[in-house]
Ligand binder design. Structure first.
Ligand code: ATP
Ligand code: MG
Length: 340
């Protein structure tokens, strides 16, 4: 985990500023409200974790930022990269941005790679297209990039096709490709979910190394709180397309204040706890995003809910300089009371 001082050193200057972002999808059954009124910053050089159950709007937030929503999707609000408005920017602007100033890696690199082209061809094209390098110069750069992600025998590997690589190695190739243009921001959507634990640890170590060496800001989307604890400086907890709690990583794990965060953390087996301890899960299901009830979306599942929770949306309130929470409940959480 990062020290408070390091986080403070990151300064308040935001690299990416998201304001009042909403994402809606039109469907045969009416609109789906996937992301609702989201305000968020990514600072230079930080690792921002985003966690939440499946369907909480994690991926759609960043797909909207990058202009990659499905055709039936629509985003509103503002997203500024280094001060420049990029939300719903013309596709030429966004194409230039992606794979240049902003890199992306996804859960399954196979979906982002062309199975019929060699890895070398796919990597060199990025540099030829975005940087105007010759094929020979681009190849030399790609060999360096693969070596940097600890892929040995890189020159030979460039001649190989994606299916000839293991899952972990494909993810390394994706990272190397995303970093070819030295992006300021790297968005990683479940980068290690498909990998076994050992390879997962290697990929996380690699991301950390790259951040430290190049100062790249990283957004780490995952539902694995263990992954976030290892790498993130700050964490955003999403529920039903809303930010319910945001804090520095040690505050989030040690002094969380949202009942949903409590539920999430209690559903993670802790290594220091007796193995026999049963995994707690949050009772109930996430809400239907086609509905927009007036109150807190977590209220129906919340052990602390009061009548107001079903009537009024709790505003996002600062509890400390880096700690935000959207919840009406003012008392102590049960796990705090137990001192857990
Ligand atoms: N094209 C679409 N049309 C309608 N609804 C959509 C579409 N794409 C996504 N959604 C909905 O948007 C909501 C948010 O999805 P999102 O992909 O952001 O979830 P997530 O938090 O990334 O979940 P996971 O952890 O499973 O990846 C979901 O309810 C999803 O069903
Ligand atoms: Mg997702």
């Amino acid at each position: 985990m990062r020290s408070t001082r390091r986080t403070a050193e990151l300064t308040a200057a935001a690299l990416l500023e998201i304001r009042a972002l909403s994402v809606q999808f039109s469907t045969g059954d009416g609109p789906v409200y996937a992301v609702n009124d989201l305000d968020l910053q990514v600072r230079r050089g930080e690792v921002l974790g985003m966690v939440g159950e499946s369907g909480s709007g994690k991926s759609q937030t960043w797909l909207a930022v990058l202009g990659l929503l499905a055709k039936n999707g629509h985003a509103e609000g503002s997203v500024r990269l280094d001060g420049e408005e990029i939300l719903n920017a013309p596709s030429r602007t966004l194409t230039r941005l992606r794979g240049n100033r902003v890199g992306m890696i996804f859960q399954d690199p196979m979906t982002a790679m062309n199975p019929f082209l060699t890895v070398g061809r796919q990597m060199t094209e990025v540099l030829q297209w975005h940087r105007g390098l010759s094929r020979r110069a681009a190849e030399a750069r790609c060999i360096e990039a693969l070596t940097a992600v600890h892929i040995t025998d890189a020159a030979r590997r460039l001649q190989m096709y994606p299916h000839e690589f293991s899952g972990g190695m494909r993810q390394r190739v994706m990272i190397a490709t995303a970093l070819l243009t030295e992006p300021q921001l790297l968005i990683c959507d479940e980068p290690t979910t498909a990998l076994d634990v050992t390879v997962q640890a290697q990929i996380l170590a690699l991301l950390d190394e790259l951040r430290q060496r190049h100062g790249t800001a990283i957004v780490l989307i995952t539902h694995d709180l263990g992954v976030v604890a290892q790498l993130a400086d700050r964490v955003v907890v999403m529920y039903a397309g809303r930010q319910v709690e945001t804090a520095e990583v040690h505050t989030l794990y040690g002094a969380y204040r949202h009942p949903y965060t409590e539920g999430l953390l209690r559903s993670v087996p802790r290594l220091d706890e007796a193995r026999a301890e049963r995994l707690a899960t949050i009772p109930g299901r996430p809400p239907d995003l086609a509905q927009r009830p007036p109150g807190c979306p977590f209220a129906p599942r919340c052990a602390y809910a009061a009548p107001i929770c079903a009537q009024q949306m709790p505003p996002l309130v600062a509890l400390g300089p880096e700690h935000l929470r959207a919840c009406h409940y003012g008392g102590a959480l049960k796990s705090e009371a137990r001192g857990a």
